[in-house]
Design a protein around this ligand. Structure first.
Ligand code: OSB
Ligand code: MG
Length: 378
């Protein structure tokens, strides 16, 4: 057996990261992200970083930047005290007494995976059972005030090399912007995401989206109602993908069983970490359904780990995972992630763990609060 990691310390950073350009979804417009970054250290001084991509508001899911801080500091830290852990999945087991709060727990599991990879001197992908490689990625673009501005935004990203684009939609911003982007880019791999903004009363407008040859329609209805999604999936030709509705591995299994979707957005933080993400992907593949890896506008810390997971076999659509400059002017990692315009790929940086170096000075400067917790035996 491999030598177990003896945890000594956990530090939490509460960050404020200004976005390169505002991002508007059906929940509203944001110009910052506020992820918590977790740094774990073991008794030999080895360390690893993980990210909880939470926001200030509980719109995507019930977690916020404040609940994640509360859960990590009050409940996760005591459960991790004096723990010896040999693999990331053991974090999920150690934190199992905490119900929900997946993003908070995911940050710890990702940090342990990075720490283990650095100790072994291997890329984090290996710890996930994947072979690190360049990944063809897609970009997720927000709602704009005018259709022309959206078409320009899409054009800028297509010219940079993105070959798959996801548009955020909401009632009143759906058929017209989708039609305009499709008219300007007849062959683009295009999909839309409503973040739960529609109801079954909108069946007619949702059916109109069938005209545009979309790869998928993501989470158009109430996240808590799989049966709505199943019923509506039967009335539209476009494939349905679920994000918020598949908040847990159990919900992924239920959605597949019900045929509420034919594609799963495998979003590691939403599911509770890399182990849950791998299991969700495996369940989806076993059912013969499609999958893509989703993102939460993570900093380079969360994105490096997601990029490693995106190399797992079974994904059928490019991940929501773009270059650093799509998100932040100043990323928390160096080098920043770049898109190769020739191949449409983002590559992991060479090196152990996350590959890219975490810029601890930038992390400190971008944090409004940080706190360190001793995890060693008293
Ligand atoms: O619904 O997939 C989503 C970002 C924040 C919250 C929810 C979502 C998103 C994205 C961004 O679509 C994907 C990315 O990280 O590039
Ligand atoms: Mg989504």
């Amino acid at each position: 057996m491999r030598q177990a990691v003896r945890l000594a310390r956990m530090e939490i950073f509460d960050t404020r990261l200004p976005l390169a350009f505002p991002f508007e979804t059906s929940f509203g417009r944001v110009d910052h992200r506020e992820p918590l970054i977790v740094r774990l250290e073991d008794r030999d001084g080895a360390f690893g970083f993980g990210e909880a991509p939470v926001a200030l508001r509980p719109h995507f899911n019930a977690e916020t930047n404040v609940t994640a801080w509360h859960v990590l500091s009050e409940f996760a830290a005591p459960l991790l005290r004096s723990k010896e852990l040999s693999e990331p999945a053991e974090v999920a087991r150690a934190l199992a007494p905490i119900r929900g709060h997946h993003m908070a727990k995911a940050a710890v599991e990702f940090a342990l995976a990075d720490l283990i990879a650095r100790r072994r001197g291997v890329p984090i992908a290996r710890v996930f059972g994947a072979e690190p490689r360049p990944i063809e990625v897609g970009v997720s673009l927000g709602i704009e005030s005018r259709v022309e501005a959206l078409v320009e935004r899409v054009a800028a990203h297509v010219s940079r090399g993105y070959r798959r684009v996801k548009l955020k939609i909401a009632p009143g911003w759906d058929v017209a912007p989708t039609a305009a982007v499709r008219a300007a880019f007849p062959d683009l791999r295009l999909m839309v995401d409503a973040n739960g903004a529609y109801s079954p009363d909108h069946a007619k407008v949702l059916a109109e989206l069938d005209w545009f040859g979309l790869l998928l329609l993501e989470q158009h209805l109430d996240p808590e109602d799989l049966v709505f999604h199943r019923d509506l999936a039967r009335t539209v030709k476009t494939k349905i993908a679920l994000d918020e509705s598949t908040a847990t591995l159990g919900a992924v299994r239920a959605a597949l069983e019900l045929e509420a979707c034919s594609i799963v957005n495998v979003k590691p933080a939403r599911l509770g970490g890399p182990t849950a993400a791998r299991l969700a992907l495996e369940a989806t593949v076993a059912r013969g359904k499609g999958a893509f890896l989703g993102g939460m506008l993570e900093s380079g810390i969360g994105r490096a780990a997601n990029l490693a997971l995106a190399a797992l076999p079974g994904f059928t659509i490019e991940p929501d995972l773009s270059a650093s400059d799509r998100y932040y002017e100043e990323d928390l990692v160096d080098p920043p992630f770049r898109l190769d315009p020739e191949t449409g790929c983002v590559s992991p940086a060479p090196g152990p763990g996350l590959g890219a170096r975490v810029q601890e000075d930038v992390l400190a400067r971008r944090s409004v609060r940080r706190q360190s917790f001793s995890l060693g035996s008293p």
